[in-house]
Design a protein around this ligand. Structure first.
Ligand SMILES: [Zn+2]
Length: 371
């Protein structure tokens, strides 16, 4: 079996990247046709554990993974990353400062996985529960000095080439300070623009832009129902339907993070469980399309969640536990990685978040290695 130094290959994959992880020798991972990257925003190991325990230890779909790893998350300027720097790392393979989107710490533009996939002729998509202009999806589309520039980030979607994007954030497209209506530009460039879930489900062919809330989508507990799982399925139908070259899809369970900031354990669990239903859709797709790789990970933990005994009901998984929070902000511990499908076992190990897009670029053949 051919082996190589993945650290050396990484240098040629994404411009401007530096190797921030120990070089390691592994067998060559296989080429895959499709990659689905799923990000639980703020979903640390404790959040996943709480979701298992809270429902009397019901197994999660994430547990079907056959490659499991841990991911280091620090940003260029902070031991505790935010979603903007983490999204930039996960999309481009380069660390940047907290708050920055798609540019390095000096402001230089970085190529992201959506751009590299489009360049290679693959189809691309994003599905989120936040605004599509929020930090995590923005890292896969835009290049701006600060995550708060959501109207500017919306402009990047018009030129992105994405075949499908579904989420909230309508106000950043059509209720803007400059009075432009970007949804017009999107429909002129061939998108079906949907403003409700019925129209999303009715959509059959061609590019789809769905902006289903002014800003973020409602919480599950406030009536979002199975939006994330059905939208993930719709995106997979669109992406797998027409392009024989394959696709890259990013799916985010965005509101796990919001629930973590609020130290709201019920909501952390319902949002993580909802994200896990989207994971089921992706894993089932990989079962039916064996040339598909699914990576499930997080950008950081949120809330400093810990799960301890309440010292009373030791064996009852709900009543015997107490959920405590150390912060209303983010935390620095490693986050989980669950890989499923073709090549999944190569993702086992301890990684830096910048390694993940390098490996995705490699298995999708987005940057052929230089001799
Ligand atoms: Zn956050």
């Amino acid at each position: 079996m051919h082996t190589f130094q993945i650290g050396l290959i990484a240098v040629s994959l994404l411009v401007g990247s530096t190797i921030s992880y120990a070089e390691r020798t592994i067998e060559t991972p296989p080429k895959v046709k499709n990659v689905i990257l799923m990000i639980g925003d703020g979903m640390g190991v404790a959040h996943v554990s709480a979701t298992m325990l809270y429902h009397n230890e019901a197994p999660l779909n994430m547990e079907r993974a056959h490659g499991v790893g841990l991911v280091k998350t620090r940003s260029a300027n902070n031991m505790v990353t935010d979603s903007a720097a983490a999204a930039t790392a996960l999309a481009t393979g380069t660390k940047t400062n907290n708050g920055m989107i798609g540019v390095d710490a000096d402001g230089n533009v970085l190529s992201n996985l959506v751009e590299l996939s489009e360049k290679k002729g693959l189809s691309t998509g994003l599905v989120v529960t936040s605004a599509v202009t929020h930090a995590t999806p923005a890292g896969f589309v835009a290049h701006v000095p600060h995550r708060s520039q959501e109207e500017k980030i919306a402009e990047a979607f018009v030129k992105s080439g994405l075949e499908v994007f579904i989420g909230g954030g309508q106000k950043f497209f059509s209720n803007r300070r400059d009075k432009q209506d970007l949804t017009k530009a999107l429909s002129e460039s061939g998108y079906t623009v949907a403003f409700n879930q019925d129209d999303v489900q009715k959509h059959k062919k061609g590019k789809l832009c769905a902006l289903l809330a002014p800003n973020q989508m409602p919480y599950c507990s406030d009536g979002r129902a199975d939006y994330l799982a059905t939208s993930t399925q719709k995106a997979l139908d669109i992406l797998s339907g027409e392009n024989a070259k394959g696709f890259f899809l990013m799916v985010e369970g965005s509101l796990i993070d919001y629930a973590g900031h609020d130290n709201n354990i019920d909501r952390i669990v319902s949002e993580t469980k909802d994200f896990d239903q989207a994971v089921k859709v992706a894993f089932d797709f990989a079962d039916k399309h064996p040339d598909t790789l699914v990576i499930v990970t997080a950008d950081h933990g949120t809330g400093g969640l810990s799960i301890i005994s309440n010292s009373k009901n030791f064996t009852d998984s709900e009543k015997g536990l107490k959920y405590t929070f150390g912060t209303t902000s983010h935390s620095a511990e490693m986050v989980p990685l669950f890989a499923y499908g073709k090549g999944a076992k190569w993702f086992s190990g301890v990684w830096d978040n910048t390694d993940i897009p390098k490996m995705i670029a490699q298995v999708l053949g987005l940057r052929e290695k230089s001799k």
